[in-house]
Design a protein around this ligand. Structure first.
Ligand code: DOR
Ligand code: ZN
Length: 369
């Protein structure tokens, strides 16, 4: 990573290997064309979450969804009057259910374009009702097939037991699900998605075998006070929910440690404004458009911009067995105001930190190409 400045500690520009987003919700239908370009302008590739309605269950579902994403990107570029279409590769995933077969896993692996299978414990989050009811009870042969063919399991790591406090659900998941799973399948590649606790970070650091973890910008920048600052703030609500400051600091420490197990995954999850601002609002923060500026802000807060490139552009590809991207992305210092809302299908989405201004922005320089 090259930084250009007189004072190395506060560079004016940063040139990174083009980053990837290892956890992204793009949705479907008329929403797709409004969100896909936000990601494609920064990221070379993204792991595309399968929690559509209905979910992406089969290789054929994943292929059709990938085609819709590519078409939406083409359309979005035309509408934006872009000279050239950014090269953006959607890395597809399947949605694990109690009925996913070992055959489907092997076919997906052979396709070369499905890069993971997502575990949503049933009831844990948005569109998780078709998820797994009992991982080791229902999915053993499928997990064995995944382990055998090197297909990563991408884990939403929260128990759904209503008796467990919402803020403890990640820590309890480690004991009740993650540890038994990894004892039973020690060679299974696992990504602990959107880590939110010091417990999770400590577990990932010391665990044996192939494990990685994604970290979102909101969990690096905010603690749970953000949910209640001056009133109830639905646009800071995601799952797993923001935790207390000690956890945020532990996550920031993990992200900026240089440990290759930690990599970038925004979990950018657009919901129409009305679906969040209501009596039972949806979980999910829209961060895609400002993702790299948000991460740069977090890394700079602890004087660790020098570790941003490894986190954003190297650790993820290494875990997934892919080469780093050939291109580059330039971030430059300068006010980056976040609008109050952005178009989303026939509706609007309120981005995280709407109305605030970030100290970094993605450069529009031709040098990026
Ligand atoms: O906040 C979240 N939103 N967490 C998830 O796990 C799912 C996501 C979504 O799809 O909206
Ligand atoms: Zn997600």
């Amino acid at each position: 990573m090259a930084t250009e400045s007189h004072a190395a500690s506060s560079p004016a520009r940063i040139r990174l290997i083009q980053p990837d987003d290892w956890h992204l919700h793009l949705r479907d239908g008329s929403v797709l064309r409004h969100v896909v370009l936000d990601s494609a302008r920064q990221f070379g590739r993204a792991i595309i979450m399968p929690n559509l309605k209905p979910p992406v269950l089969t290789l054929e579902d994943a292929r059709a969804y990938r085609d819709r994403i590519r078409n939406a990107l083409r359309l979005a570029c035309e509408q934006a009057g872009a000279d050239a279409m950014p090269s953006f590769e959607p890395l597809m995933t399947l949605y694990l259910t109690d009925r996913t077969t070992p055959d489907e896993i092997r076919r997906a692996r052979d396709s070369g374009f499905v890069h993971g299978v997502k575990l949503y414990p049933a009831g844990a989050t948005t569109h998780s009702d078709a998820g797994v009811t009992d991982l080791l009870g229902q999915c053993r042969t499928t997990l064995a097939a995944m382990q055998a063919c090197g297909m990563p399991l991408l884990v939403h790591g929260e128990v759904t037991d209503p008796a467990v406090d919402l803020f403890d659900r990640e820590a309890v998941f480690i004991e009740r699900v993650m540890q038994p799973l990894r004892r039973a399948f020690p060679e299974l590649k696992v990504v602990f998605e959107h880590l939110t606790t010091a417990d999770g970070a400590a577990y990932v650091m010391q665990a044996e075998g192939p494990i990685g973890a994604t970290l979102t910008p909101q969990h690096l920048l905010y603690n749970r006070n953000a949910l209640f600052k001056g009133g109830l703030r639905p646009h800071w609500y995601c799952l797993p929910v923001l935790k207390r400051e000690t956890h945020r600091l532990a996550l920031l420490e993990a992200a900026t440690s240089g440990n290759p197990r930690f990599f970038l995954g925004t979990d950018s999850a657009p919901h129409p404004r009305g679906a969040k601002e209501q009596d039972c609002g949806c979980a999910g923060c829209y961060t895609a458009r400002y993702a790299m500026a948000l991460y740069a802000t977090a890394f700079e807060s602890v004087g660790r911009l020098d570790r941003l490139e490894a986190f954003a552009s190297k650790h993820g590809p290494a875990f997934y067995g892919l080469p780093p991207n050939p291109g580059a992305l330039i971030l430059e210092r300068g006010g980056n105001p976040i609008p109050r809302d952005l178009p989303l299908g026939e509706d609007v989405v309120v981005p995280l930190a709407a109305g605030e201004s970030l100290p970094w922005r993605v450069s529009q320089d031709a040098e990026q190409a």
